[in-house]
Design a binder for this molecule. Structure first.
Ligand SMILES: [Zn+2]
Length: 268
């Protein structure tokens, strides 16, 4: 599942394949932009913003895409076999003389004026891996609604941009509190730790192919995906329950001993 680090890696791949070259192939397979043709335009840069990807091309246009749950951008040498999924899942193809970038299962794909980018990313809070990162603003955003459970607030990209469902569980574990703890009940010490810790996690994984939050080689994650297996710190069984993110329920993991705060009784 794409998080801030995954999106950044995708942006880096696209940027190194396309930036500074002229597009010789352009195919946007969404009804609204099916007739748009970007060939003949140079790609200026590919920039991640939170979990959004902005591909800027000559002539003041930006191709905005979002990976959501299982979208991806793959880059292939021309002539190489494409392997990202069946052809009907392809939403975008951008190519130059050497390479072709193929966007699979992109739930968001739209062409807009570069000057209008704020319309699609202007609502985002400070980007954990961006030049605009501002820990005090991120914390102030999070604390706007003190009754909101920490896990839900962390997923809200308007507070801070880049945390997805995996980091949500891992960050709560590292803070020693459950994802259901209302923000207003987070101790000042933990609140002070939170932004730095979140950034450290994403920084550490910026260029890693496999996400790692533990710093250990034998085990990449503390709790996420480890239901009913022993906690790495205290050996208690890790639990799993769903927690909403404002639109749908997401699997959430925690250690009932290492993490303080409320938790559902029905978790497994
Ligand atoms: Zn534990």
């Amino acid at each position: 599942m794409p998080e801030g680090d995954t999106v950044r890696q995708a942006a880096k791949r696209l940027h190194s394949a396309l930036a500074g070259t002229v597009l010789t192939r352009s195919d946007l397979r969404v009804p609204r932009f099916a007739t748009a043709d970007l060939t003949g335009r140079a790609v200026l840069d590919v920039t991640p913003r939170g979990k959004h990807l902005l591909t800027r091309v000559e002539g003041g246009l930006t191709l905005h895409s979002h990976l959501r749950m299982d979208g991806s951008w793959r880059v292939y040498a021309n002539g190489q076999r494409w392997s990202g999924g069946p052809a009907h899942q392809i939403r975008a193809i951008l190519g130059n003389a050497d390479r072709t970038a193929v966007g699979y299962r992109l739930p968001v794909l739209e062409l807009l004026r570069t000057t209008d980018e704020d319309r699609v990313v202007g609502h985002l809070g400070p980007d954990l891996l961006g030049p605009d990162w501002d820990p005090s603003l991120a914390m102030a955003n999070l604390l706007r609604d003190p009754a909101l459970p920490l896990g839900e607030a962390l997923l809200d990209q308007r507070n801070l941009a880049g945390i997805g469902n995996v980091y949500k569980s891992e960050l709560c574990f590292l803070l020693g509190v459950t994802p259901w703890l209302p923000l207003g009940e987070l101790s000042p010490e933990r609140a002070a730790q939170l932004p730095g810790l979140a950034r450290k996690l994403l920084e550490y994984n910026r260029d890693r192919p496999v996400r790692n939050t533990t710093g250990r080689r034998d085990q990449n994650l503390f709790v996420y995906g480890r239901a009913a297996r022993p906690c790495l710190r205290c050996r208690t069984e890790v639990r799993r329950a769903d927690q909403g993110d404002g639109s749908r329920e997401r699997p959430t993991y925690w250690c009932p001993v290492c993490q303080q705060g409320p938790a559902p009784v029905s978790g497994s």
